[in-house]
Design a protein around this ligand. Structure first.
Ligand code: NI
Length: 186
């Protein structure tokens, strides 16, 4: 089932999320819905708060880039109750966007390498290191479960420049091809 994507301005996007309870019912259904919602919106990552849930869960699928970059083949992952334990390597600048902040694309500086502990869709635990674009997407989604949005990383001047677009999103003035839930709708 395709879920509405909560837009910037919705309170849930600002919450530090809680761990997903071990006995959470319908986890498979939630994960399925999150992937379906993400694919429908042409996204490569989606986090719990973006579908209105303040739980530490996010999904990522980079297969869309696999033709050009084979390293992304089969990179379809679910991260539950994740904790980033290390961030190091170089600072890398690259453009990001977000399904919750339509029509805004801005450069964000992030560390090139992370170490993360998480549970997968079968609740098996992992402790892994990711680098490059994978590390970037994971950090973007991880920010979501910490109540952080990519525009928070922008410098004062860039923030000023996107202010008008952000206020349109708050008012629900967006041109999305997917179903959304703007802050103006309770
Ligand atoms: Ni996002």
């Amino acid at each position: 089932m395709i879920l509405p994507v909560y837009l910037c301005g919705q309170q849930v996007l600002r919450k530090v999320c809680q761990d997903l309870p071990a006995d959470y019912k319908d986890l498979d259904q939630l994960i399925g819905n999150m992937f379906e919602t993400m694919y429908n919106a042409d996204g490569v990552g989606l986090a719990g708060p973006q579908v209105g849930l303040d739980y530490r869960i996010f999904v990522i699928d980079l297969n869309v880039f696999a033709d050009e970059k084979p390293e992304f083949k089969d990179f379809k992952k679910v991260f539950i109750n994740a904790r980033i334990t290390e961030r190091d390597g170089e600072d890398v600048v690259a453009e990001e966007g977000c399904l919750s902040i339509p029509d805004i694309h801005e450069n964000v500086t992030r560390k090139n390498r992370i170490r993360i502990q998480y549970l997968d869709e079968n609740l098996n635990s992992h402790d892994e290191i990711f680098e490059g674009y994978k590390a970037r997407v994971i950090q973007h989604e991880y920010d979501h479960i910490e109540g952080i949005l990519f525009v928070d990383h922008l410098s004062g001047i860039r923030k000023q420049l996107v202010k008008g677009k952000l206020s349109n999103i708050l008012k629900g003035k967006t041109n999305c091809s997917y179903k959304v839930k703007p802050a103006s709708i309770k």
